[in-house]
Design a protein around this ligand. Structure first.
Ligand code: ATP
Ligand code: MG
Length: 511
């Protein structure tokens, strides 16, 4: 694991040879492992010729394409740290990230070039914008950025040098630049591997974005390291997603709860042959056990497994091992991975360790904990204590066997008259109503200054007359009185981040 990330991931690429590494799910263009290996070296040479040096930050601004991994590993091989950018970011948002990360280079795709240019103008400091396209009709990545010059060999120290500078999702505030070294990312891949072994012959569907740490890890680094085939889609659209599973005989899905919801509930699902699937794993946000069960029942699969982590953990600490999917308790996010420690401490007293069954804040310590937030020593110190424990800000508990259950974020808990109510629990309950297509819950203050749960509810097209009273009754019949939903607002959509997380912050602003 003390290797640069491109070596840790592509070390066996030559061995996998002609096996398909990446397939464009839209047009079928295929990149073999041999090509991925050769192309990323040629592009690294091209980047070095352009002037990319060790220690530079390179912004990779692209939706999922089969060229994305080539650009990523080429940049790290040239010595750069890659900061991945949301392809739908506005020029202003992109400029902020460029300024914060002090990026000197941008790699983008033709359709996003105008945004990249405006962002670079706003931020200043960018030396060059490079375009890398993979779609047929465009020149290929290698034609655009490759070079026959000798490969660059920057003296990388995997333990110190940054491989990636992803930004956290911004669910709770402004996204923070997370400094991850080569070794931290490589270590986490190795820690996860015994649990999720997806070797040659496995086909994973990359529909979650590569720019987010979850997609970057589960859909790019891990499968490419193991010799699997990654079928790439640029965005989530349910019909295309289902058709791609069917046509490419996808074996494994790594998704977030909204996709589990669609798989469990959407009528379209029944029209496709999804029999190639062997398992589904969800992460990034709380997944209700009932919803997970409905999904796996409908698809005839073992229970949906989960993984848990955060950008700051490179990104994982827990996973349900594939071999334990059938026996793991419903709703668990998994067991602690090797080389990692956990504590669960009282919310009101971080010095007090809690036992099985007791909810508290989850603390993690291990070699995958980030180096720090870029340019924010104060925020880093607030997150990681002097003993190396990272305070996740998430609430959860373990059972007697060590399975972890995540309840919600500490900050999202609604304090109703001294009781604590987890919005995620109410959201899950709401979704069990046949007339509810989607739901989100936040705490708002009523006229008496009490914090109360308010539900934002999207009606199913089949239930246009669903009333507030019906929604409140549905919850009231199933929970202790203090957990009742006290207000209902009907809405057209629930705001979500690209990684599938509910943006409760936006709902609070609306409120
Ligand atoms: P920001 O830190 O910028 O506010 P964020 O925390 O959403 O955004 P990420 O690093 O993408 O940014 O997400 C990590 C968080 O996602 C965790 O702290 C946790 O709240 C949530 N999470 C991840 N996996 C799970 C899971 N399996 N179940 C419940 N929550 C999860
Ligand atoms: Mg966070």
């Amino acid at each position: 694991v003390n290797l640069p990330i491109h070596e840790a991931v592509l070390g066996r690429a030559a061995e996998f040879g002609d096996a398909p590494a990446l397939i464009d799910g839209t047009d079928g263009t295929t990149l073999s492992y041999e090509q991925l290996d050769r192309f990323h070296r040629r592009v690294a040479a091209g980047l070095a010729e352009t002037g990319v040096r060790k220690g530079d930050v390179l912004a990779l601004h692209s939706p999922n394409t089969i060229a994305f991994p080539t650009a990523f590993y080429a940049a790290t091989r040239a010595g750069a740290a890659v900061t991945t950018v949301h392809p739908l970011a506005t020029a202003e948002e992109f400029a902020k990230q460029l300024g914060d990360s002090a990026a000197r280079w941008i790699v983008t795709v033709s359709p996003l070039l105008d945004t990249a240019r405006r962002a670079a103008e706003l931020a200043g400091g960018v030396r060059e914008i490079l375009v890398c396209d993979s779609a047929p009709g465009h020149r290929s990545l290698i034609d655009m950025l490759g070079s026959t010059a000798p490969e660059p060999e920057p003296a990388l120290d995997p333990a110190e040098d940054l491989a990636a500078l992803p930004y956290s999702s911004g669910t709770t505030g402004t996204p923070k630049g997370v400094m991850l070294t080569h070794r931290q990312i490589a270590t986490n891949l190795a820690q996860m591997e015994p649990a999720i072994d997806a070797g040659p012959g496995e086909r994973v569907l990359a529909v979650l974005p590569f720019f987010h740490i979850y997609g970057l890890t589960a859909l790019m680094n891990a499968p490419l390291r193991q010799g699997a085939t990654v079928v790439v889609l640029p965005r989530f659209d349910l019909e295309t997603f289902l058709a791609t599973i069917q046509n490419h005989r996808i074996t494994a899905l790594y998704v977030a709860p909204p996709i589990v919801l669609a798989l469990a509930k959407h009528p379209l699902v029944a029209q496709y042959d999804l029999s190639s699937l062997k398992y589904v794993i969800s992460a990034a946000a709380p997944l209700d056990a009932g919803l997970a069960a409905a999904c796996s029942r409908r698809l005839g699969l073992p229970p949906v497994g989960q993984a848990y982590g955060m950008t700051e953990l490179s990104p994982g600490s827990h996973v349900v091992p594939l071999g334990a999917m059938r026996d793991a308790p419903a709703g668990t996010v998994g067991k602690l991975i090797a080389g990692t420690e956990m504590r669960i401490v009282a919310l009101d007293d971080p010095g007090k360790d809690l036992g099985p069954g007791e909810n508290g804040e989850i603390l993690i310590r291990g070699p995958q904990v980030m180096k720090g937030y870029l340019g924010r020593p104060d925020a880093t110190a607030a997150l990681i204590d002097p003993d190396g424990w990272l305070h996740t800000g998430d609430v959860g508990h373990v059972d007697e066997d060590g399975w972890l259950f995540v309840v919600d974020r500490v900050k999202e808990l609604i304090k109703y008259k001294g009781f604590q109510v987890a919005p995620a629990e109410l959201e899950a309950l709401l979704l069990t109503h046949p007339g509810i297509a989607d739901a989100a819950v936040i705490g708002v203050h009523d006229d008496n200054g009490n914090e109360i749960p308010r539900a934002y509810v999207v009606r199913q097209p089949t239930a246009p007359d669903l009333t507030e009273a019906e929604v409140m009754m549905h919850v009231a019949e199933r929970v202790a009185p203090y957990k009742r939903v006290r207000q209902v607002v009907f809405t057209a959509t629930v705001p979500r981040a690209a990684s599938g997380k509910i943006l409760r912050r936006e709902l609070r602003e609306r409120a």
